[in-house]
Design a protein around this ligand. Structure first.
Ligand code: PAF
Length: 277
């Protein structure tokens, strides 16, 4: 496994690869959710490249960029065990040189949900992902279903800008009690960790109601909200039942949809989602 830091190095190595190239962009502090993406890429592609870069432009001024967990040595060891071919760990000025002034702005699907609560987040995500795609030139790029809106945004960007790659989506990996794996779970105290299960409970409630034939999206949102409010440590940011492609809130569940939510547990903001399709 080779670990490289510069665009020149990764381009040199990329040129020598034969067959398909699977790419897993990450911000590091890897967990089973990331490793599931690497495993799927290993199965489907001839070579696997993983990037580790905590992208400053997708964090708002009051968000947790500085506190975002990092452990590069451990990440590299985990990736070695998975049989990753190349790890790209760019330095900040490789990605954002001093004169940097070009941004990728995906409209509409970024205005709701995470976009409404975190203005500029998706501009940072789309820009860094577009740059990484240009640098790595993958055949396929792998993203987790856990960040449902991120998947919608990346797919939109790839289609709109005619990027020559496939976007593969891998199901969310969960702890045994249902909590979605996330690098931010590390910030939860034992009591908060217990309380955080409420996200999964609310999503499974939505799925149960939908499976039993409930078509009224507002009724489902209300029941999810009522359930989360019973958890004293939880503070709702949003609860959504939206069209799976446009992310517009639905009145009636008459097409593929996604239930998603963002909830603060203490100081930690968690997101999760489940397809209703
Ligand atoms: O999902 C993430 O970890 C990040 O948003 C990504 C795609 C690596 C871009 O920084």
């Amino acid at each position: 496994m080779q670990v490289v830091k510069t665009v020149v190095e990764i381009r040199g190595l990329r040129q020598k690869l034969k067959g398909t190239v699977g790419f897993v962009p990450t911000m590091g502090y890897l967990h089973e959710g990331h490793l599931a993406l690497v495993k799927q890429a290993k199965q489907e592609d001839s070579a696997v490249i993983v990037s580790i870069y905590v992208n400053p432009t997708q964090f708002g001024p009051r968000e947790d960029f500085a506190a975002y967990p990092r452990d590069l040595d451990r990440d590299i060891e985990l990736l070695r065990k998975e049989g990753t071919d190349i790890v790209f760990v760019p330095l900040d000025d490789e990605i954002y040189p001093r004169e940097f002034s070009s941004w990728v702005d995906v409209e509409k699907v970024t205005e709701r949900l995470e976009g409404a609560s975190r203005p500029e987040h998706f501009r940072g995500v789309a820009t860094v992902v577009a740059k990484l795609f240009n640098i790595v030139q993958p055949t396929r790029a792998y993203f987790g279903q856990k960040d449902a809106q991120q998947v919608v945004v990346i797919k939109r960007m790839v289609a709109d800008l005619n990027m020559n790659l496939e976007v593969a989506v891998v199901p969310t990996v969960r702890e045994s009690d249902g909590l979605a794996m996330s690098s931010r779970n590390i910030h939860l105290s034992p009591k908060e960790r217990q309380a955080a299960i409420i996200l999964f409970k609310a999503l499974t409630l939505a799925q149960r109601l939908w499976r039993s034939g409930e078509k009224d999206a507002e009724k489902i949102r209300r029941q999810m909200t009522a359930l989360i409010r019973k958890e004293p440590l939880a503070q709702i940011d949003y609860v959504s039942i939206a069209d799976a492609q446009t992310l517009e809130e639905l009145n009636s569940l008459d097409r593929p949809a996604v239930a998603s939510l963002a909830v603060r547990i203490g100081k930690t903001r968690l997101i999760d989602d489940m397809p209703l399709a």
